[in-house]
Ligand binder design. Structure first.
Ligand code: PGA
Length: 262
């Protein structure tokens, strides 16, 4: 239960199937509210947790709306690495928690690139999110250059190590990983199911080295041009537990079929 007393999606329930939308800096409030209603109405499959990452100004309205939804939850796209104070324009993890928001995306490649968010900065965000009782969708993923140099697996492992491996085993109850190869984000180019599965398997193996069998309970999402036409095959891979979806999450016609792809 959160502060509003309504039921929550809970990562601790082990290896959930998750369809997460990431609206980024798109949609106005009215269109966003309409879209949420459409998604709630159309997606009744209780086996799938649907999460919507909406812009900061919409969070309170959406959190209120989500009181009446048992199949869709709202998440923030970011939080500050500062606890509070003189940081104009920033939004803290404790502010998110005070709105009744329960999940935050940390480490999206667009924020890493646009805002110079290093693995060390993300580590601070992770700590503050957990300290405020938030669940985390932690993003990782390599550039095309890194993949071409065949360093993609060690690169992603290092992102995970530097931002997450200081945590205690029980903290991983509150973490979902989203593998999003940068070259596949918003490009229309998707990692093949085999490429995605290979990385997801490596990530799970790497998590095992830190948290042993608990790694089997962690949901690992794929992101990067997920569409209704490729979702089923991607989500059908052994280590892929769902998707973090940008462009295709902006319309019910494309997002609902993705939710229904499991
Ligand atoms: P995309 O974005 O689905 O538009 O490629 C995914 C993401 O950035 O999370």
């Amino acid at each position: 239960m959160n502060i509003f007393g309504f039921s929550i999606l809970n990562f601790t329930m082990s290896r959930r199937k998750i369809a997460a939308g990431n609206w980024k800096m798109n949609l106005n409030l009215q269109d966003g509210v309409h879209l949420v209603h459409q998604i709630v109405k159309a997606s009744r499959d209780k086996r799938v947790d649907t999460l919507l990452g909406v812009p900061f100004p919409y969070l309170l309205e959406m959190a209120r709306l989500s009181r009446y939804m048992d199949n869709v939850d709202i998440m923030a796209q970011n939080c500050s690495h500062f606890e509070n104070g003189a940081h104009t324009g920033e939004v803290s993890a404790s502010m998110l928690a005070s709105l009744g928001i329960e999940t935050v995306v940390i480490g999206h490649s667009e924020r890493r690139a646009d805002n110079n968010e290093t693995n060390d900065i993300l580590k601070l965000k992770v700590d503050l999110a957990l300290a405020n009782g938030l669940q985390i969708v932690f993003c990782c993923g390599e550039s095309l250059k890194t993949r071409k140099a065949k360093k993609h697996i060690s690169f992603v492992k290092n992102q995970i190590k530097e931002s997450l491996f200081h945590l205690k085993k029980k903290d991983f109850d509150h973490i979902v990983i989203a593998y999003e190869p940068i070259w596949a984000i918003g490009t229309g180019e998707t990692a093949s199911p085999a490429q995605a599965q290979e990385m997801h398997r490596e990530i799970r193996k790497y998590l095992k080295s830190k948290i042993q069998n608990k790694a089997n309970d962690i949901s690992i999402l794929y992101g990067g041009s997920v569409k209704p036409t490729n979702a089923k095959e991607l989500f059908g891979q052994k280590d892929i537990d769902g998707g973090l979806v940008g462009g295709a999450s902006l319309k019910a016609e494309t997002f609902v079929p993705i939710i229904n792809s499991f």
